[in-house]
Design a protein around this ligand. Sequence first.
Ligand code: UDP
Length: 534
Amino acid sequence: MKRFARILLLVLLVGGLWLALKPTLGKHRFTFLPFRWSEYIDLMDFWLNFGAFGILGATAWLAFGSFAKAFRLILLMTGFITLLNVILELAQSSIPGRAVDIADVWAGLLGCVLGIFSSMALQLWSIRKKADVTAPQVLFLDQTGRLGGAELMLLDIAAARAADSEVLLFQDGEFRTALENVGVKTRVCTLGEEASVVDKQAGLKRILRSIPSILELMLQIVQAARSFDLVYANTAKSLVIGGPAARLAGRPLVFHLHDIIADGHFSTLNQQALVLCANFCASSVIANSEATKEAFIACGGRAELCTVVPNGFHIPAQRTSAETMKSLRASLGIPSAAWTVLMAGRLAHWKGQHVLLEALKSVPAAHAVLLGDALFTDEDRQYARQLHAQAEELGGRVHFAGFQKETMPYFDMADAVVHASVYPEPFGRVIVEGMLAGKPVIASRAGGAAEIIQHEHTGLLVSPGNATELADALLRLQNNSAFASSIAHQAQQTAQDVYAISAVQEKIESVIRQVSGRHQPESTSSIIPSPCAA
Ligand code: UDP
């Protein structure tokens, strides 16, 4: 289509020029223009119009990359140019010896009205056409092929709109397989070696070395984005690379912020780069908790961009059978009657698995299952080795389950769930998963975790990094089963009411439609209250 428009424009320009310069061919006259050269000079306004018209039309087309937009602009310009002609015609009448040519004035006014009105009519038509109920085509971006919390959330969002979405990953892996299993189209544009080692803590030197491969990926995203209505960056790195790319492609961008932009999570340089990109490239920022939103604003992020949408979860109709739980315990080496606490999530220092192991020293009868693996960095892998060493001191009471795709049986077979992040958790999916499983949850009093749990009602909150408080909370649950089941029951009800995936997907879709300028179909336009405000 674009190529056709370009060829057409070229033909029109060449044809127009030919008609202007060579008005006759043999005996046939091809133009309304005068014959003599001197008469052309007299028609300066024609030449000016012709040149301006051609240059502006071509520039508009190049700038907007769309024939329809350029055509609309050309019509508008014709309107204004003819209006200018009328004014000039009237002004020339004040020159002695020149009179107003009424026919010219009327023709000019007609051209002006037709040009301006038809351009406005086209504009209205294209807005109405865009605003129909067809779903916007979205290109999702994510930097990793691994399955972290942000990726599990994207899996659900993209699956719900699989026919109108594609996910572009910077790395291949099990995330791509999971997306394809639910019918989502994917493509992998790998980031070069230098850039893939740039993490949230990277300094200037590492970032500079990665620039060539970042630019290459950026160009690939620009190309891909042109076939979509909107670009949706799901991670920090995908925003920094995809944000400018979306701008270059002329597509609006939604940034899903899953991280707390603060020390401990990002280096100062990365914090600044992230906020700068979000402020300049994003039309909307979806924060997964109030804590995430506040940290973004505290770093200089534009508050008016933010909408808080928590993670959503499928509520399974059936939980794990007693038999499966029994054999799972046996396979992990947990005595069948042992009081067991589950900690799920990737092994990383800030997730605080070491705090739980420290607390276990004061809860002698308890066993712990660590579900998850070191997913992203060398520091995480080193931390995992330290945890294994720390676990040895606990005499076989710590069970490493590794990363599992199917997590529900682990939540179901546990007596309590612990979340022990030492820095504020942006959201904390595992907390909601524990609540949905009907288990009492203990979490760190910070970030998104403190928004999900109401202390003493839907769980227990303890100070981040405080093993003594955690041990006390564990003992309380272990020794008071009535209290444990009461908070677990209330938590399950709250989680089912607030974090159902369908409501969350609707909120995300509403942001997508708003940013892409499409109306929400009536059946899905209801406003859902923010769970974080609940
Ligand atoms: N998870 C998983 N398999 C595992 C361990 C964890 O699928 O072996 C899931 C867990 O159930 C949760 C997600 O990984 O849904 C972790 O999300 P969270 O928000 O707790 O942490 P994040 O990884 O986003 O920092």
